[in-house]
Write a protein that binds this ligand. Sequence first.
Ligand SMILES: [Zn+2]
Length: 328
Amino acid sequence: MSEVGTLHAPLKVEFDYTRSLGPTLSAFMSALRRRQVLGGRLSDGTVVVPPPEYDPHTLDPVDDLVSVADEGVVHSWSWVPEPVAGQPLDRPFAFALILLEGADRPVLHAVAVESADQMETGLRVRARWAQETVGAMTDISWFEPLEDDSTDDLAEAPVREQEGDPADLAVTGIVTPVGLDYDYAASPEESSFFRGLADGRILGQRCPVCQKVYVPPRGACPVDGVPTSEEVELPDHGTVTTFCIVNVPFLGQKIEPPYVSAYVLLDGADIAFLHLILGIDAADVRMGMRVRAVWKPPEEWSTTIENISHFEPLDEPDADFETYRQHL
Ligand SMILES: [Zn+2]
């Protein structure tokens, strides 16, 4: 571990966004699975792909769905020189607004060409269907120039016949993975805090004006607007100020509910921080309860707050409300 410079670490936030489709988009997605593109006819006679759920003029549900071609012309486009993970192609490609034959408004999709030189407004393109269709926009892998005389079967993939009862085959929901993957850079003060944790110490900083102790340190007092340079080592015990009992399971949860997430005000600190309370029945946790940090074995320590596994009750009387009422 370097003592020079600030710390940084990868941070990944991700979840699956699940959307139920409703009748209009369910029909659209179900058709994609059959390798068919549907548009919605609006009250003014225009055909829009994908069909909007409600007519923007009359606000009525759009239920007049018509089949449009899976080929058309590029309306406008933007080149993607460096694709990122999850995009339709893993090599440079274009995002384009494509006006499909039979539609009056263009649809956004990817166009696969060798270079940006091959892209132009008016370029005729056709859908390249995925080998396995599931009822999603990605059933069209991308579009490609029509004059590209590929003999590949997939480009010519026939419309799949619907099997069985159509109701059984309706696509009623889609799952969209959402991800944010970045490198978090800690401030010099946070870096000092995290390096302290790697030594089993909890470091805060005191404001020279109001004398408040901030942990983790912010580098400046938000009240007085002055730098906080005096380092303060805090004990690893304190008082539960507020808490919540987590009863709802969620993706990536590490502990089985119910469990308690609480604000712990370390003795000598002026702001509380969030951590887990374990070693006690969730129903018995209360405001004012005295707790201490339970550290992981030192050989597992690194520059992370996770060196503290959780907090557990101390065998002490509860703190008087007056001692923490200013810190709620
Ligand atoms: Zn201050």
